[in-house]
Design a protein around this ligand. Structure first.
Ligand SMILES: Nc1nc2c(ncn2[C@@H]2O[C@H](COP(=O)(O)OP(=O)(O)O)[C@@H](O)[C@H]2O)c(=O)[nH]1
Ligand SMILES: [Mg+2]
Length: 296
């Protein structure tokens, strides 16, 4: 795990202005964002005073607690585990939408939840084939049409098929929109409309997938998607490959959308529900993983 910008910070012995400056810099470098970083710092100073702490290495746990409280102001829901749900999985190209669907289908399968995959990324050549491979791996059925078909029509078919087959969850893949491509964003709006119209007793849930390695850019992408669609939760992928995982804090703070899932690798089992403790231990280097430090 490479998430350890913080590791050396706490070996500084004194809790002086230099330490706080460096901590703020580190938070910002980790993509926690200016606003959240400033708040964390203020809270930490209060906590340090209250606990009469003098050494830097003693405030790491307080820092974690403050960040944990901040993250836990929002609690993600997982309706796909307990009710009939149509999950629209959206995000720009390459963030990990299709992979996340495959992993999620696998998890639901393990819980005995009947799931149907819908290949509504008809834009990119080979997208349905890629999703089909995940369908095989997760032993889940899939609905698709020819390349170039209207994605909203594929979704419509998928919802009908789900109802006919008694599938409880529909996981719908979508084309990787560049957020500045107006027609693609418009198409997404249409898909959400179709989903809501056809949903019946299914709940419509939009999961926005963001790549943690893209840092502040992920935040910008989220803002663009929010202009065209409601977003219920986020999946933050590629947390296994970045030291900048702080973006989860920035996003929750600025957009008020909870992170529901974290992607930790390319394998089918590498998706976890977002866990604040695990996440913060990685971010702050509290997980005892010295790997990267030695490599550097
Ligand atoms: N390391 C890592 N790679 C991931 C993760 N999620 C997806 N990927 C990789 O990211 C690339 C793009 O994924 P894909 O699902 O095709 O993205 P899409 O275009 O949004 O559907 C693939 O090579 C995936 O294996 C993750 O959590 N960790
Ligand atoms: Mg895809």
């Amino acid at each position: 795990m490479a998430l350890n910008f913080f590791k050396n910070l706490f070996s500084v012995s004194e809790l002086d202005d230099d330490f706080y400056d460096e901590l703020e810099e580190t938070l910002i470098m980790s993509d926690v964002g200016m606003k959240a970083s400033a708040e964390i710092l203020d809270d930490l100073k209060v906590g340090v005073r209250a606990a009469r702490i003098k050494k830097a290495d003693q405030c790491r746990e307080i820092l974690k607690l403050i960040m944990k409280q901040q993250l836990e102001e929002l609690t993600p829901e997982y309706p796909m585990e307990s009710e009939k749900t149509i999950v629209l999985v959206v995000g720009v190209n390459g963030v990990g939408k299709t992979t996340t669907i495959g992993k999620l289908a696998f998890q639901l399968k393990q819980q005995g939840i009947e799931t149907l995959l819908v290949a509504a990324d008809t834009f990119r050549a080979g997208a349905a084939v890629q999703l089909g491979e995940w369908a095989v791996r997760s032993r889940t059925e899939m609905v698709s049409q020819r390349e170039g078909a209207d994605p909203a029509a594929v979704l419509y078919d998928g919802i009908r098929a789900a109802r006919a087959r008694g599938a409880r969850v529909v996981l719908c893949d979508t084309a990787g929109r560049l957020h500045n491509k107006k027609n693609l964003m418009e198409e997404l709006r249409k898909m959400r409309r179709v989903a809501e119209r056809e949903a019946g007793d299914y709940r419509v849930f939009t999961l926005l997938v963001l790549d943690a390695t893209t840092g502040q850019n992920a935040l910008n992408q989220a803002r663009q998607f929010l202009e065209v669609t409601h977003v219920d939760a986020l999946a933050l992928t590629k947390l296994d490959g970045t030291a900048k995982g702080g973006i989860a804090i920035a996003i929750q703070e600025e957009l008020g959308i909870p992170v529901a899932y974290m992607g930790l690798g390319e394998r089918i089992s590498d998706l976890k529900k977002f866990d604040t403790d695990e996440y913060l231990d990685k971010l702050l280097g509290l997980d005892g993983d010295e790997e990267t430090e030695e490599e550097e």
